[in-house]
Design a protein around this ligand. Structure first.
Ligand SMILES: *Cc1c(COP(=O)(O)O)cnc(C)c1O
Length: 500
């Protein structure tokens, strides 16, 4: 099976090539050229299998140019012994018969990005070998917090790669900053940018687009690559946990094989929920995919009206990983729902670029609405929901997951649908602890407290343990002290590679 571009103007490539390139040469995203399916019989045989086994089976269906041994090595490297702090990797916690939580935060950085970024480095280095790449791969990342740390953990000490992460000096939380600047590994660099996330992001984009700079790097046998969420190698590992959670529920007799479920997904770049769409396309019995947004509710508007409009104010919320106005992975959904009409997708994406807006036709809109449902939650709703879920279920959720809980309540109220439902939980409650502590302990208790004091207070109050990745961060040695002006990102990359 080959991969083609959502914009229809590139030659088909094998999956290794798609993963190595990240983005298609015509500016589109790589998608599988045909549908892959798994029938109930096959699903039935997978009940009781561990996460790694399910991952091997699902990934092999898409990465057909990787040998089964290669896929198995990638899976072991990512989800093998000791990498995640739960033996199920992505455990399912049942609140009651109808409502289940898929915990995607048991990896080293305590957020869902680990599910894909733990395996991407392995897929990518194999891809480089398989496509005859001789140069060393240099991963550049601009991060608003979560992705940077997850990419550092994924790529640290992976042979044949180097990783350089740029984060905005005033734009990440204390925990996020310390997670990054204490990062160990012989191939990792972390640089603070004097500016905000947009400055870091445009600086990195400029470096990618600078042909002359890239040629000079090539002479020294370096090739720049990206780990961001439009890479097929980040999307396909996320399909796995939709299957594994369904199989777990069948195993626990909470579901009959073939019985439909809903998934509720807190959404930003549309990567996580799109993986759910592919799982459904493959034949997993999914009824609705419920897209939960925060106040930056472009997707809710799109799913309701068929109009995507990013011309609006960017709002900073307490669920910052969902503060996004351009959900890049939506492009893949448009391609799938127009039966692969690259010319049409190209037109909409052109309008988005030129005017910040496009409107899909009625048939496409109907297809979106047949599968997706969406609503959004405000910061106040989010805090209320954290407190409510804690009091009702003795279960602690982070701000992003709380958005999903809130939206699920709206869904149930407005549709009366009682289908069993799985909520994707995307971060440990300790990762965004200021808001969680405020919701559970009260506002007075959090004023003037450091994030570290709050971790302790929250743990003491709830009896929940602080995850290893966040414990004692304030006592770790600071290993990265580089700072750059916002127009100095290219120079910083050159200096780092020169000195190494
Ligand atoms: C990245 C992230 C999201 C959004 O996921 P997308 O795939 O971008 O939709 C939600 N929650 C957390 C905690 C995240 O880190």
């Amino acid at each position: 099976m080959h991969y083609i571009s959502t914009r229809g103007q590139t030659e088909p490539v094998v999956s290794a090539q798609a993963i190595k390139q990240g983005i298609a040469p015509d500016g589109g995203l790589f998608v599988p050229e045909r549908k892959v399916s798994v029938d109930l019989n096959q699903l039935h045989k997978m009940v009781g299998a561990g996460y790694a086994e399910v991952a091997e089976q699902i990934l092999s269906l898409y990465l057909v140019d990787y040998t089964p041994e290669e896929v198995a090595q990638c899976v072991q490297g990512a989800y093998g012994e000791g990498k995640f702090d739960h033996r199920d990797i992505a455990p399912v916690y049942s609140l009651n018969e109808n409502l289940h939580v898929l915990e995607l935060w048991h990896g080293p950085t305590c957020a869902f990005k680990d599910m894909a970024l733990q395996i991407l480095p392995h897929l990518l280095t194999k891809a480089a070998q398989k496509t005859g790449e001789k140069d060393e791969i240099v991963i550049l990342v601009a991060t608003s917090g979560d992705t940077g740390k997850a990419a550092l953990e994924g790529f640290k000490d992976v042979p044949g790669t180097k990783i350089i992460v740029f984060f905005p000096q005033e734009g990440v939380s204390q925990v996020q900053r310390l997670q990054m600047i204490t990062q160990a590994g012989n191939n990792v660099w972390v640089v603070a940018v004097q500016g905000n996330f947009d400055d870091a992001q445009s600086g990195v984009k400029q470096v990618f687009g600078d042909l002359e700079f890239n040629q000079r790097l090539a002479q020294r046998h370096y090739k720049l690559s990206s780990a961001n969420s439009i890479n097929w190698g980040r999307l396909v590992p996320q399909v796995v946990y939709y299957f594994s959670s369904y199989l777990k529920l069948v195993e626990k007799k909470q579901l009959a094989m073939g019985e439909p479920v809903n998934f509720v997904v807190p959404t930003g770049n549309f990567g996580n929920i799109l993986a759910g769409y592919y799982a459904r396309q493959m034949g997993l019995p999914v009824k609705r995919l419920i897209c939960a947004a925060n106040a930056n509710n472009v997707l809710t508007h799109f799913i309701g009206t068929g109009i995507y409009d990013r011309n609006r104010e960017f709002l900073k919320t307490i669920s910052p990983s969902m503060d996004i106005l351009i959900s890049s992975n939506l492009e893949r959904l448009l391609f799938e729902l127009t039966d692969g009409d690259g010319a049409q997708v190209r037109k909409w994406m052109g309008q988005l670029k030129d005017t910040g807006k496009y409107q899909v036709d009625d048939i496409t809109k109907q297809r979106v609405q047949d599968i997706f449902w969406s609503a959004h939650a405000s910061d106040r709703d989010t805090l209320e929901t954290i407190a409510e879920v804690w009091h009702r279920h003795n279960y602690l959720v982070d701000t992003h997951t709380a958005v999903a809980f809130r939206v699920y309540n709206d869904y149930k109220e407005q549709t009366g649908d009682t289908t069993k439902t799985v909520i994707a939980s995307t971060a440990s409650p300790f990762k965004f602890n200021t808001s969680v502590a405020e919701a559970v302990l009260g506002k007075e208790k959090v004023i003037d407290k450091s994030e570290f004091a709050l971790l302790d207070a929250l743990s003491k109050h709830t009896g929940w343990q602080i995850p290893a990745g966040l414990r004692n961060l304030d006592q770790k040695e600071i290993l990265h002290k580089k700072i750059t002006a916002k127009d100095g990102i290219g120079t910083a990359v050159a200096d780092i590679l020169e000195a190494d």
